[in-house]
Write a protein that binds this ligand. Structure first.
Ligand code: MEZ
Length: 534
């Protein structure tokens, strides 16, 4: 519920509405975009980053919180692990239980491989299930993968690895078809045609959705399918370290059972890392839309065996996180809200940015409005935000639209006696996604033989800024590609003796570089202790 003062301020939104209706706010020129990014986006700040002193990315810039974990120590240095005592021996080990892991598991299984999926929380507890707005695919007549490709590159500041962006857009129509046939209930018209929307930076309406719980719907189906196929799953079993064999090929992983705290050796001919993002590291003090387990585990595990990071210093701050009420501070307000026409407004009820700029530009404009121009609305619990004029949705598309297209959003705000259909909501950027990650090729392979990465912990696909709906897409495209390739590849692999020598070598390199950290990594679970910065 708003305070009296906030209700008063919200009247300005109503007062300016008729004047704003039907008028499109101008998009920024390339020069204006560069300026707002340089001066406001957290990625462009001089603070909040450090330079790595060791490993394959020595000299590269990473967020401090990630750097501290990359500088951290492995729990396996105690040498108490007997690598000959193998708990599971599989062809394909998948580490991570979100959409990419599930898609990879299904495809590897279809190749006849023995698959094990381990995940640190429950299967499905991942950013996939929290994704709301949709998944992109150019499968309509007025669209094409080539058009999608141009949007992906434009959004990514032309830094994308071209082959990865190409694979993403080319596989997109078949990814939707696959999901649809598996049973995902996409939004359709009466004739059964898929309904699609715009997202920020898209030149065509190609966002396929399931109301505003698209990720949950996709995860529901994938999780069922993995279980139906009888694929083995170990829950509450985070990976602590990757194992190599004496030839330097991937050989498996050490996992820990969170309940018994016992460690187990998993021997595997191929490993696919699908551990997701890093929002729970709260870079630069930002709140996050991410799930509890998003602590960059895959980046730490991959880096220790020598896999290269790309664009690890580019983070996505979703323009519209909840600024108020504080109980849901940082939660996602899906871009679909703006896709349906809601516009951001300042304290005077004036629009200050086109509502569908790419995410980095949109977020920067909101940060500028609040922190530089002083035109944000102060929240009684701290910080500030801008209005999102959500009543516009029903005004533009007709009564009942918001309720039918954004039921989750409506319910979330109703819990706090705020009706988005009648009242604007307050938003501010929230840490949403890591644009970069471990560098892969078109089949999801890293340079470490038989180590694959898919989903949010992979890097290069989106350049330095991902567009809405291309994450649900990449988990399917690269999950499937890596699962197929690993499943097939595993038939020709013979593992030699397993070893953790690389961990000792890595530790030695830390010591040589005078890095003497007490931090243990991967982090596994974030702490939210009283007095901590998060
Ligand atoms: O791709 C995303 O991050 C997404 C769909 C988010 C959203 O705003 O709903």
């Amino acid at each position: 519920m708003y305070t009296k003062e906030m209700w008063e301020l919200s009247k300005k939104v109503e007062a300016t509405r008729s004047k704003r209706l039907g008028i499109q706010f101008p998009r920024m020129s390339p020069e204006e975009k560069l300026e707002v990014l340089n001066e406001n986006h957290p990625d462009y700040s001089d603070t909040g980053f450090m330079f790595l002193k060791h490993g394959v990315n020595k000299g590269d810039r990473v967020p401090c919180e990630l750097g501290e974990l990359l500088d951290g120590k492995s729990t396996t240095l105690d040498k108490e692990i007997d690598l000959n005592k193998v708990a599971h021996d599989v062809d394909v080990l998948i580490i991570g239980g979100g959409g990419a892991g599930a898609a990879a598991a299904l495809e590897a299984h279809a190749k006849g491989a023995k698959v094990l999926l381990v995940t640190k929380l429950r299967f499905g507890d991942a950013n996939t299930i929290m994704a709301e707005g949709g998944i992109q695919a150019a499968d309509k007549e007025d669209d094409s993968p080539a058009q999608h490709y141009l949007d992906v590159l434009g959004g990514g500041h032309y830094k994308n690895v071209p082959e990865l962006a190409e694979a993403l857009v080319k596989d997109a129509p078949s990814a939707i078809k696959w999901l649809n046939e598996l049973g995902v209930l996409f939004d359709k018209d009466k004739e059964g045609n898929m309904l699609t929307n715009h997202g920020g930076g898209t030149s065509r309406k190609r966002m396929h959705s399931a109301a505003d719980y698209s990720g949950a719907e996709i995860m529901r189906v994938l999780r069922d399918e993995v279980r139906n196929k009888g694929i083995e799953i170990l829950e509450f079993s985070p990976a602590q370290e990757l194992i190599l064999d004496s030839e330097g090929k991937i050989g498996g992983a050490i996992i820990q059972d969170l309940e018994t705290e016992r460690r187990h050796v998993i021997k595997a001919k191929t490993v696919i890392l699908t551990t997701g993002g890093a929002g729970r590291l709260h870079y630069q003090g930002f709140p996050t839309s991410n799930h509890y387990g998003a602590t960059a585990d895959g980046l730490i595990l991959g880096y220790r065996v020598g896999a290269k990071l790309i664009f690890a210093d580019t983070i996505q701050y979703h323009p519209t996180g909840v600024a108020y009420p504080s109980q849901i501070f940082g939660a996602l307000v899906t871009e679909k809200v703006r896709g349906l026409g809601a516009t951001p407004l300042n304290i005077d009820g004036e629009q200050f940015v086109y509502h569908l700029e790419t995410r980095d530009v949109e977020a920067s404009a909101i940060i500028r409005e609040c922190n530089v121009r002083g035109k944000g609305i102060l929240c009684p619990t701290g910080g500030s935000g801008v209005w999102l004029d959500t009543p516009l949705i029903d005004i533009i598309h007709g009564e009942g639209t918001l309720e039918s297209k954004l039921p989750g959003m409506l319910r979330m705000y109703m819990k706090f006696d705020l009706d988005m259909r009648k009242n604007p909501i307050l938003v501010y950027p929230t840490l949403h996604y890591q644009n970069g990650g471990l560098l892969i090729d078109e089949m999801g392979q890293t340079k470490i033989p038989n180590l694959y990465v898919a989903g949010e912990c992979a890097g290069g696909i989106h350049g330095t800024n991902r567009l809405m709906g291309n994450s649900l897409l990449d988990i399917i495209v690269f999950g499937r590609r890596s699962g197929k390739h690993a499943g097939e590849n595993s038939k020709n692999i013979e593992l030699k003796d397993l070893t953790l020598n690389h961990v000792e070598k890595f530790n030695k390199e830390l010591e040589e570089n005078k890095i003497n950290s007490e931090v243990i990594s991967p982090m596994i679970l974030p702490t939210y202790k009283h007095g901590s910065k998060d």
